[in-house]
Design a protein around this ligand. Structure first.
Ligand SMILES: [Mg+2]
Length: 235
């Protein structure tokens, strides 16, 4: 049971992927459809494909976040490398898979439980809601439109627009400045201990760690929730 805070928060900054938008489910549904469409013989080995794809994608994302890789390269290379490691000769299919994945995955609409009712509750209570996301702008816009999240939020700040990725302090600085928010009235809600929690805390704002898997961790956070519905006990 969490005790209601003493502070007066006005500006709630949400992460998008894996906090509201169910990235894993949406991604897997899309990949499954694409494999069935383009390489049906691989459908039998879908789980193997998925495990490998995620591992390769994570590595390439790190390189992208460190400025080593361009996003266009990342998008195709994750498929090329996965197919190559599986011994599949997918001439030209990597590009097609990549294009379709980028187009179709953001159209998927799986959200974490209680997303709509919680955001609607927070809107009614008069909080200002914003998004701070490390995704690509054009992709994140499609996601929030299709999953009907857009109306809850006053503004979405993407790393592409800010020029910095979370956990860099400059993206938080950019977000607060562009929403005319004060630090002491602001709080970051997210699932990523490094990007969302550590980043926001170091910048100097309070945090809510969304921890649906109940993982163990060392980082300091102002609040922790297991379900989005728990936000009602804080705000
Ligand atoms: Mg996230």
């Amino acid at each position: 049971m969490q005790i209601k805070h003493q502070k007066t928060y006005r500006n709630l900054f949400f992460d998008l992927d894996r906090t509201l938008w169910d990235f894993k489910t949406n991604s897997e549904v899309t990949l499954n459809e694409l494999i069935a469409r383009h390489i049906p013989e691989l459908s039998q080995r879908f789980q193997e494909f998925l495990d490998l794809f995620y591992r390769i994608n994570d590595n390439l994302w790190n390189q992208y976040e460190n400025g080593i890789l361009k996003k266009e390269v990342l998008r195709t290379k994750r498929f090329e490398d996965t197919f190559a490691q599986m011994g599949i000769h997918a001439n030209g299919l990597s590009q097609k898979m990549s294009d379709d994945y980028i187009t179709e995955s953001p159209l998927k609409t799986a959200l974490f439980p209680h997303t709509h009712e919680t955001l609607s509750y927070l809107n009614e209570k008069g909080y200002r809601l914003f998004l701070i996301t490390n995704g690509f702008t054009e992709v994140q816009v499609v996601k929030i439109k299709h999953s009907s999240l857009e109306p809850y939020f006053e503004k979405m700040i993407t790393s592409e627009e800010a020029g910095y990725q979370k956990p860099h302090r400059k993206i938080f600085e950019y977000a607060l400045k562009n929403t005319h928010s004060r630090k002491k009235e602001s709080i970051m809600i997210g699932d990523d201990l490094e990007n969302d929690i550590f980043g926001a805390r170091r910048f100097g704002i309070d945090t809510v760690f969304f921890n649906p898997e109940k993982i163990k961790y060392q980082q300091q956070t102002t609040f922790e929730i297991q379900s989005l519905a728990d936000l009602r006990t804080i705000f």
